[in-house]
Structures are given as C-alpha cells and as structure tokens.
Design a protein around this ligand. Structure first.
Ligand code: OOB
Length: 514
C-alpha cells in the first residue's frame, strides 16, 4: 500500500529499532507467545454472541481466532485487505481482531455508535473488501450494495493451514480520527508501532497476569484497545472483562464478581461512578484511568478517596501520542496534569501560531513526532500537508502547557471540534449535513459547556423559512450520523456573526454559551 500513506523515514525506523522499541513482534506473534505462556489462564470474559456468558482461556482465544481466520480466508479475505469491523464489547470482538491480524487483513475500527453515514464512508475510504459486524443490521444493509457483509454469528470455524502472517512493518489496523474536517480520516497503525505503544503502556501501568481489566469504553477505541487496554492486558497475560456499557448498574456487579483491578473511564463516567459508589464493594479495584477529555480537578480529587483506587490521567490520541501520569508522581501532578509521554523518543514541540517554539511553561499548539505517532493519514494527501509539518510532526490541534517535570496540561483546543465527554464531533461534518437541508441557509456548530459531559454541541442556524429545532435534529439523524453528533441544542439566528475577513466567528458564538 505504499504511496497511500506516509511512513517513517528509514533513519527514524532505524532509531526506533535500535532503541528496542520496534521489536518485529506482530500481533499474531504476540498471541502465539501469550497462548504458549498462559495457555489455560482466563483471557476474556463477557457475554457471547449467543447471549450466554462466555469465558475464553488464552489457548481458547488463539484456537478460535485461527478458526475464524480460516473462515474469513474462505470468504476471500487476505493479506492487506481492509475489513470494516463493528462489534460491541464482547469476547468475540478480540477473536475477530486476532483472526484478521493473523491473515494480515486490516481491521477498520468502527465504533458501536457509528451509523450508516460513517460506515458507508469507512467502506469507501478504506476500499474495504468486507463489512464484518455483530448485530449491526441497518449498517450492513446500507453497505450491502458495495461490499459483502458478514455477521460474526454466521462465521463457521474452519481449521487447516493458514498462509504466512503479516510483517511487522505492515499496517495492522486503522483507527479513526476524531477529526476537524468534513469526514473522519483513517489512521494507519503498523504492528511495530502499535505493539510498542501497547507493551510500553502495559509496563507503565504495571500490568501482569493478576490484572483484571474492565472494558467499559468501546473496545475499538484507541484508549480501550491499546492504552494499555484490551491488547495491553492480553500482552501481559491478564484478564479482560467486557462490559456492554459503563453504567454503575452494569459495571459495579462485574467488578465484585470478577475481582476487577483496573478500569478506563471518560470523565463523565468517572463522575457518575464517584456519585454512585455508596454501598458497593469495589475493594479489588486499584487503578482507575481517566482520559479522552479534560478531567475537572474537583472530580479528579474524589477518585482515589471515594473509589479507593489510584487515579491515572491519560491524554492520548488515535494518531499516536499517549501521555500518562505515573505511579510515583506526586499527588499534585496526578490531579492537575494529563501526564507525560510514553516514550523517551516521543518528541514534543509547543509552538505559537507561526510554528515558533514558545517559552518553557507557556501555552501553545502541541506538535509531536515519535515511534508510534503516524506520519500521515491514509489516502489523504492534501489534508496531510496541513495536518503534519514538513519535518513530520503531527499537529494535534490541542493547546497545552508543559510543567518543568515534563507533564502536559491540556489548556484548550485549536481544532474545530466538540469533545462531548470523550466523543469527538468534527463541527464541519455536522455543518455539511445541516447545509443539505433545503431550509437551512447557514449553520455553525460549536461547543457549549456542560456540567457532566464537559461540552455539548450547539448548532447555530440561519433558516430560510420558519423551522423547528426538532426538525433540524431529525434531519441530522435521518442523514445516518451517529447519535452523539446530533446537535444537543439548536439556536436560530437572523445572521451568523462574521470575522473581519468574512469567516463565521465561532469565538463569539462560543462566547454566547447558548
Ligand atoms: C483519545 O483519542 P481520540 O483520538 O478519540 O481523541 C484525541 C483528542 C486529543 O487530541 C484531545 O483533544 C482529547 O482527545 N483528549 C483530551 C484528553 N485525552 C484526549 N483532552 C483533555 N484531557 C485528556 N486527558 O481520546 C484517547 C486515545 C488514547 C488514550 C486516551 C484517549
């Protein structure tokens, strides 16, 4: 697939190998290793596709993954083929992922919230050969004219020889960008780079065979998949317990029943857990990761005392860079910063609007380059020219300060995005859909503050004829966008405010705060 994305220059690849970060271990090799080492230990716990409780050992996970690889191969899936995967939090998610990895096929990690508009786009943009899903019939129907669709429940295990596995430099998977442009971009992650981030994350978080990880965030998201997430726990020989959702009613009984030691949450969930803990036994829990959006300090301060588990702040992105507060960080840093990068070879630049580095401790745009941060999106040459610097730094769109200890403090955002409790909404994607409505002349989507979610979305609309907010929201739903992208609020204006150069003045719209 060369020519379709930018990879690391050889001098950098050489550095990352010499440092021992890119080891050449692919994900199929990882699974062989842990199956040999931990054979009968429990790898995965959850509700199976048939609705019954399912527990898989390491040996069982490997056996099923190979049998599904055989089945997918018979369907014509092979090395380098993209397959859009949509599966909720259940053991078969991991089985399907390792089956695709084994063939060198490349999962495109759709989230359960994605609907027809997103899935259609992922299929087209990736050039997928199949849509593989667990119960997403409406989405399957929407893309059935373009690609074969297969329900995981219909896969018949096929034993037998498989072709050689992928190379470590191959693309292992596609993550999806939260985005600030019209449509989400595909993020190509190689075995070498992704496995490094997984192993290093597992080490930072102190994972081992005794770790029992509760997966409440969507397993396909970079945080729950790799930071250290499902893959990190499997690398370490621990147990992943899949929860269908993160509500206390679902999660707390699982924590008690399975002896869960660790969970990863977005800030609104952390707040909900802290408020609901009374009377529940969470005594096995010793690490709670919170990331995906800014964690308010008062909530941060309550996590350890109330949940009885260490707090770890996580600031990461599907494009690569992940920062963690560390076990031995002073409490002050754990409560007030978003951690420091995984790798000694993560390069950080904090710059002003002209790309000049700001003084130490000052706020600026975060740029980064390193052993697990992509150099370019897939099939997005024009966008890549603005999303990366000429020397390969990724422009994160985040505004940060750095403490003298090297910890990041996320102070804001320059990208045109709404972070709705960790779910990212590209304003332009929703605006494009709004403007398709015949009665909408102009539209601008901005964040408004929210006590629980941090931010919600507000659409400012100039209508040609009288229109109701409910009709505007229904229009976005009917376009097939994920529910979290439907504007929480719609405000009608006679005209949108403009900047002196004639652009929509989002700063003044945001200042309205709806
Ligand atoms: C994670 O990944 P994405 O790709 O959904 O979103 C990345 C963006 C960041 O650029 C930043 O704007 C925001 O989400 N973000 C945070 C944050 N963590 C992420 N903003 C403030 N504080 C934080 N702690 O969200 C993600 C990927 C891997 C691990 C954790 C989160």
């Amino acid at each position: 697939m060369s020519g379709e994305y930018t990879t690391w220059p050889e001098a950098f690849a050489e550095r990352y190998r010499a440092a021992g970060y890119w080891t050449g271990e692919t994900f199929p090799m990882l699974l062989d290793r842990v199956a040999a080492e931990h054979g009968e230990r429990t790898a995965l716990v959850g509700t199976g596709l048939d609705g019954a409780p399912l527990r898989l050992s390491y040996a069982g996970l490997r056996e099923r993954a190979l049998a599904w690889a055989g089945a997918l191969r018979e369907l014509g899936v092979g090395h380098g083929d993209r397959v859009v995967l949509q599966c909720g939090n259940r053991p078969e998610f991991a089985v399907a992922v390792f089956a695709l990895f084994r063939l060198g096929a490349v999962p495109v990690f759709a989230l359960p919230a994605h609907r027809t508009a997103e899935i259609t786009h992922f299929v087209a943009q990736s050039g997928a050969v199949a849509f593989l899903h667990a119960g997403f019939e409406e989405n399957a129907a929407a893309v059935a004219g373009r690609v074969p669709t297969t329900s995981l429940a219909d896969l018949k295990p096929v034993d037998g020889d498989l072709p050689p596995g992928p190379a470590a430099a191959d693309i292992a998977l596609f993550q999806l960008s939260g985005g600030s442009t019209g449509l989400p971009k595909l993020i190509p992650r190689t075995h070498d780079d992704y496995a490094y981030s997984v192993r290093a994350s597992a080490e930072i978080c102190g994972l081992g065979p005794e770790t029992v990880y509760l997966c409440v965030l969507p397993a396909a998201h970079n945080f729950a998949l790799s930071s250290p997430g499902v893959l990190g726990v499997l690398h370490a020989g621990g147990t992943v317990v899949f929860a269908p959702d993160g509500s206390p009613d679902t999660a707390f009984p699982l924590i008690a029943a399975e002896g869960v030691t660790m969970a990863a949450l977005v800030p609104p969930l952390a707040q909900i857990w802290v408020n609901a803990v009374h009377g529940h036994d969470l005594s096995t829990l010793n690490l709670v990761q919170v990331g995906g959006a800014r964690l308010a300090e008062p909530v941060a301060a309550r996590v350890d005392p109330v949940l009885g588990a260490r707090l770890q702040q996580v600031f990461g992105m599907a494009e690569g860079l992940v920062c963690y507060t560390r076990d031995d960080d002073p409490e002050e840093l754990v409560l007030t910063t978003q951690g420091r990068p995984i790798s000694p070879l993560d390069e950080i630049r904090i710059v002003d609007d002209a790309d000049a580095e700001v003084a130490p401790g000052e706020e600026g745009h975060l740029l980064t380059r390193g052993p697990y941060t992509i150099r370019g999106y897939f099939r997005a040459e024009a966008h890549n020219r603005s999303a990366f610097t000429a020397d390969g730094f990724y422009r994160t769109g985040d505004l940060v300060r750095r403490s003298p200890t090297g910890h990041m403090i996320v102070t804001g955002r320059a990208k045109d995005q709404i972070n709705r409790g960790g779910e990212k909404i590209a304003a332009a994607e929703v605006e494009r859909v709004l403007l398709e409505h015949p009665a909408i002349a102009e539209a601008a989507v901005v964040a408004i503050p929210d006590d629980l979610l941090g931010e919600r979305s507000c659409a400012y609309v100039v209508a040609r004829v009288p229109l109701k907010g409910a009709a505007v929201r229904a229009h976005v739903r009917e376009a097939g966008l994920a529910a979290y992208k439907v504007p929480d609020k719609v405000v009608f204006l006679d005209v949108l405010p403009r900047t002196p150069v004639g652009k929509i003045d989002k700063l003044s719209l945001r200042a309205k705060g709806a």
